[in-house]
Design a protein around this ligand. Structure first.
Ligand SMILES: NC(=O)c1ccc[n+]([C@@H]2O[C@H](COP(=O)([O-])OP(=O)(O)OC[C@H]3O[C@@H](n4cnc5c(N)ncnc54)[C@H](OP(=O)(O)O)[C@@H]3O)[C@@H](O)[C@H]2O)c1
Length: 261
């Protein structure tokens, strides 16, 4: 039997994809998954009631998503019909490497993030030349369930991996720092965390809703000689912005290194 969507690798990211689809009302019976860890298969069967393949060879679907670690790709032993749309979410694995295994198939490389589970991701994707108009018309609505879908040049994929793929981890780190600073200055942990989450969520919402640039918003809320101005002075002196530029650069370089893993 052929399914709409096959998933190879049922780890964190595959779980986020399935969760996002189910929240949008997708029928779990359209999805078949396989993982070398039986407990992952059983867990996802129990949690979402998707179909599970006993062996990788049983994966048959119009679109097969490869959601294993980049380091495991070279061990993947999978033969799929040439009209199967291959979608890879693996960090750092270029389309040309995927074509070495699936040389006749349409291939789409995507870089989502864990926010797919709450339908708040951004979905950049790049295609090989075998991807047809109808492949795109099939892929886009399914991935639009997670958020805005945008086609990009593959050369931008490593920086997308750093900013979009790892972004939630970086932001969680900043939330951790704000919370700990609140505790250091006398707030209870729960209060500091609640407050910090509301500031991050509310500020992002306000900038987006009102289409304001972060810079003009900050200038608006920074009164001369005031509290924000005093705090920003410390951030400027500490070189935080430079550290964030470096964070993104080295994270993108790490994605590039994965090409050769
Ligand atoms: N997590 C993120 O935030 C994120 C964001 C964007 C993209 N990605 C990409 O998404 C992919 C998956 O990441 P993840 O965090 O979900 O990893 P993960 O939690 O480690 O899940 C991968 C799963 O695939 C299994 N697996 C390994 N080789 C397999 C094979 N040949 N056939 C079937 N299953 C196999 C693994 O089992 P073992 O543990 O036994 O190896 C594991 O259960 C990665 O390529 C990553 O770069 C992740």
């Amino acid at each position: 039997m052929s399914y709409n969507t096959g998933l190879i690798g049922l780890g964190n990211m595959a779980t986020a994809l399935i969760e996002g689809w189910i929240k949008k009302g997708r029928n779990p019976k359209e999805i078949i998954g396989f993982d070398i860890k039986r407990e992952r298969c059983e867990f996802l069967k129990r949690r979402f009631d998707i179909e599970i393949a006993d062996r990788i060879e049983e994966i048959s679907a119009k679109m097969v998503i490869i959601a294993i670690k980049p380091q495991d790709f070279s061990t993947l032993n999978l033969d799929l019909p040439v009209d199967t749309l291959i979608v890879s979410i693996m960090a750092g694995v270029p389309i040309r490497k995927i074509e070495e295994v699936f040389d006749k198939n349409p291939v789409i490389r995507v870089m989502p993030n864990l926010l797919c589970s709450i339908n708040k991701s951004f979905i950049p994707f790049a295609c090989n030349e075998k991807v047809s108009k109808s492949d795109r018309e099939f892929f886009i609505p399914i991935f639009r369930d997670f958020g805005e879908v945008v086609e990009i040049k593959e050369s931008l994929m490593n920086i997308m991996t750093a900013l979009n793929g790892s972004g939630p981890g970086f932001v969680a780190y900043l939330i951790e720092a704000f919370t700990e600073a609140g505790v250091y200055n006398g707030l209870a942990y729960d209060t500091a965390l609640k407050l910090t989450l509301s500031i991050f969520e509310g500020t992002a919402f306000l900038l987006r809703e009102n289409d304001i640039s972060p810079n003009s918003f900050r200038i608006d809320v920074t009164s001369p000689g005031g509290t924000t101005s005093r705090g920003v002075w410390v951030l400027e002196k500490s070189g935080l912005k430079g550290a964030i530029y470096d964070m993104l650069r080295v994270s993108g370089e790490r994605a590039k290194e994965l090409e050769n893993s």
